[in-house]
Ligand binder design. Structure first.
Ligand code: GDP
Length: 439
């Protein structure tokens, strides 16, 4: 996600990093490059313009700082402006004082509305709520079945009826929720091909009838400025409460994410990054800005890790990384933990510099199977001291794991590179902490 934009911004910062201090000339050049990068990423013109003029003003106003390079200084200024464009603070959904909280989910067909409704139910359930779903997307025949299937996977009840009457489904669902003591009701409304009067009218009537607590509008981030325009149009009439950005795992250039807050003047409340039920996350402007700037989303990674990780193990790992004594045994243990945390590809994307290093290489969970088999065929001593694995040992391991010597060689080589990268990351973290001091 956003790789192209990250690369271009990084190269813009590089152009000043060789300079001893920020002068008028290199500021203007760099700001121009930043603006071009934003426009290439399909950021709304006005948003790109105001963001870059704020960057320019700050860069010129600050002058040089003795303790950091101009490149670092610029990165920090752009980071602050990005956070501000993305909405500054995380905005949560509102819960009603009197249950059930009713959340309407609206969006165009294919935006990921039904999938998101179910994901939100799961997310709320994981937060200790007791949610229920309602299938008010009554025009697309498969939508009700789709919601039922997703809901049964996450074990959340769904209210639906045979008639094509969205208002009735919604109304009945509220009574059902009250009866069953469900504290949140999520209503999946009908999507259309375009935002039209029908769609807005229906959402508006459901909202009134059920006295909805929140209306969330779902947009597909891959559609760029179309997503932004659709949200603007819908908001004019509906005045909704928040945006959900889906398909951020895809090949999106980032324009929708960066522009929508300013253009529509509504916060992004959630992002969705995949088809699986656990690929949903509240939206944090600061983390997104870090990701765009190639700083990686370390905080989310850490949180995910905290949800699944064994604290004692994690602390041990940290000290091993710091002392660079991380071995294949630890690596194997990590693989098992990572498998619990979700898809490899998502996780890799959160580590600074990692997605760039891997380029377009496909990483899926099967990729790790031969790796596991190879490590399984090693003795404990070999796992602890991979450097002793020479010719005959490599042959034995390949035979034992049903792989080839070449695969064993590759793994050992990659492990060596990974250790080197971790060393760099430890250094980067130190540099990051130094940057924090600038705040
Ligand atoms: P709806 O018509 O708006 O209800 O859209 P659906 O929920 O049926 O989603 C349309 C398609 O997009 C489905 O194939 C979903 O699996 C897929 N989808 C939804 N959200 C995401 C996402 O965040 N990432 C990816 N890659 N696919 C998604």
């Amino acid at each position: 996600m956003f790789e192209d934009l990250s690369t271009k911004l990084e190269s813009a910062f590089k152009s000043v990093s060789g300079q001893a201090r920020l002068s008028d000339i290199n500021v203007a050049e760099t700001v121009r490059e930043i603006r071009r990068a934003l426009l290439d990423a399909d950021v709304n013109y006005e948003v790109a313009r105001s963001l870059t003029s704020a960057v320019k003003e700050k860069a010129l106003g600050q002058g040089g700082l003795a303790s950091v390079t101009p490149g670092q200084q610029f990165t920090k200024i752009v980071y602050d402006e990005l956070v501000s464009a993305l909405g500054q603070e995380q905005e949560e959904i509102t819960f009603s004082q009197v249950p059930p909280t009713v959340i309407l989910i609206a969006g165009l067909q294919g935006s990921g509305k039904t999938t998101f409704s179910a994901k939100l139910a799961k997310w709320l359930k994981d937060q200790g709520k007791n949610p229920m779903l309602a299938a008010a997307d009554v025009y697309r025949p498969a939508a009700v079945d789709q919601l039922r299937t997703l809901a049964s996977d996450i074990d959340v009840p769904v209210h639906s009826i045979a008639e094509k009457d969205a208002l009735r489904v919604a109304k009945e669902a509220v009574s059902e929720a009250k009866k069953a003591a469900r504290d949140v009701l999520i209503i999946d409304t009908a999507g259309r091909m375009h935002v039209d009067e029908h769609m807005m009218d229906e959402v508006s009537r459901i909202r009134q009838t059920v006295n909805a607590t929140e209306v969330l509008f779902v947009v597909d981030a891959m559609t760029g400025q179309d997503a932004v325009n659709t949200a603007r149009q819908f908001n004019k009439q509906i005045d909704f409460d928040g945006v959900v950005l889906t398909k951020l795992d895809g090949d999106t250039r980032g324009g929708a994410a960066i522009s929508i807050r300013n253009v529509v003047d509504k916060p992004i409340k959630f992002v969705s990054t995949g088809e699986k039920m656990d690929t949903i996350s509240p939206f944090y402007p600061d983390r997104m800005a870090q990701r765009i700037l190639g700083m990686g989303d370390v905080v989310t990674l850490v949180e995910k890790a905290q949800e699944q990780y064994d604290e004692v193990q994690a602390r041990k790992l940290q000290s091993k990384l710091a002392s660079n004594s991380f071995n294949l045994e630890d690596f194997y243990g990590q693989l098992q933990q990572i498998k619990k945390m979700g898809s490899m590809k998502d996780l890799v994307g959160m580590i600074p510099g990692m997605s760039k290093q891997l380029g377009d290489a496909e990483i899926d969970d099967d990729t790790m199977k031969p790796v596991e088999a190879i490590i399984n065929s090693m003795t404990i001593e070999e796992r602890r001291n991979p450097q002793i694995i020479k010719g005959s040992r490599r042959k034995r391991i390949a035979q034992g794991s049903g792989t080839t010597v070449r695969e064993v060689n590759d793994l050992l080589k990659q492990f060596g590179q990974m250790k080197k990268m971790m060393k760099t990351m430890t250094k980067m973290n130190k540099a990051g902490r130094a940057m924090e001091g600038l705040k």
